[in-house]
Design a protein around this ligand. Sequence first.
Ligand code: FES
Ligand SMILES: [Fe+2]
Length: 410
Amino acid sequence: MIDSKYVLDRLQMRSPDFGLPGDFYGDPDIYALELNLIFYREWLFAAHSSELQAPGSYLTLQIGAYPILLVRAKDGVIRAFINSCRHRGARICPDPRGVASKLVCPYHQWTYALDGSLFAARQMGSAFDRSQFGLRRVHCETVAGYIFICLAPDAPDFTATRRQIEPYLLPHQLAEARVAYESTIVEEGNWKLVWENNRECYHCARNHPELARTFPDTPTVTSGAVEPAVQAHWQRCEAAGLPSRFQLSEDGQVRTARMPLLGSALSYTLNGQPAVRKPLSTAIEPANDFGALLFFHYPSSWNHFLADHAISFRIVPLGPRQTQLTTKWLVHRDAVEGVDYDVSELTRVWLATNAQDRRIVHENQIGMDVPTYQPGPYSQVQESGVRQFVDWYASRMQAGLAAARLTQVA
Ligand code: FES
Ligand SMILES: [Fe+2]
């Protein structure tokens, strides 16, 4: 096992103008530290509340060693649980999603109510106390159609995140939207490479011909640098009731900003026209050129909200060199496929962009794995977003490693 003091020292001594050393993108011990200090501690985007419309609908996901179950109970509340039976641990719901009136463990049929309490367990004797064996809860917060979970015993306070994102997201009415299409791919690269690639558009012009038609590759979009044209865009959007100006949470984890698209583009399509005839929200006039609301939440999600649809991206690390990316396209609940939108038109640009980024990340990983790899400097003009992500990562890792050392010493 790698010495965590060694990892801490190297993070403390790194130059913020350069990338991280290569072993941060492949060493299994550093990856294990990241799971413990970041993915098992931070709030993570899990799913959309509209995916769990009816009581009894559930959805599962896997974060590292934790199988997670999200369920909407009869009281309408969405709760998250460890998807592991309190009897002898079997996974209760193996399917990605479903609807059930009770949650029945397939092994010996212990049966849980939708709120996680143990409803029935056969032949356990008269002394058995069912109330002690409800499903283990996971912290769960729903905000404007987004479900976040946190695996930590004591979750970080979610109040500031809610306060920041709710006003930006609410006008898009995502709680009433519907997932029209979902794609999951596995990228052959460390999760941080996926993020770093996302946080710059230095690579966009040559690598993303479809996206480059409507998405500006200026550093403004990734860094939040304030230009007069962007200021004017914010003023116009805010006058129309849409919170828009750039906001970065104090700790650098959460960003919200509404950015203009290229020229007169209204959506991420090849011709810039809306992909969905029925607007996503009654609060946003699609013909008005409001651009895209960009929202990221480290370490698990970035998002684009347009007038006609929204796209969420969720990343889950699968291993030191493997990352799962799930993309969902949301449309108005009543938008009809084949009438209001063509699913291949809706998804064309970002399916292509994801495939292009997947290749980029894989090639990046191969180069990172060279034993003599030395990180080069970031572009001062184009890569402040990458630097901002790595700074956030380093600060979280340093705080976690330093706290673990204090506990050891005590
Ligand atoms: S492990 Fe679930 S009922 Fe036995
Ligand atoms: Fe890209």
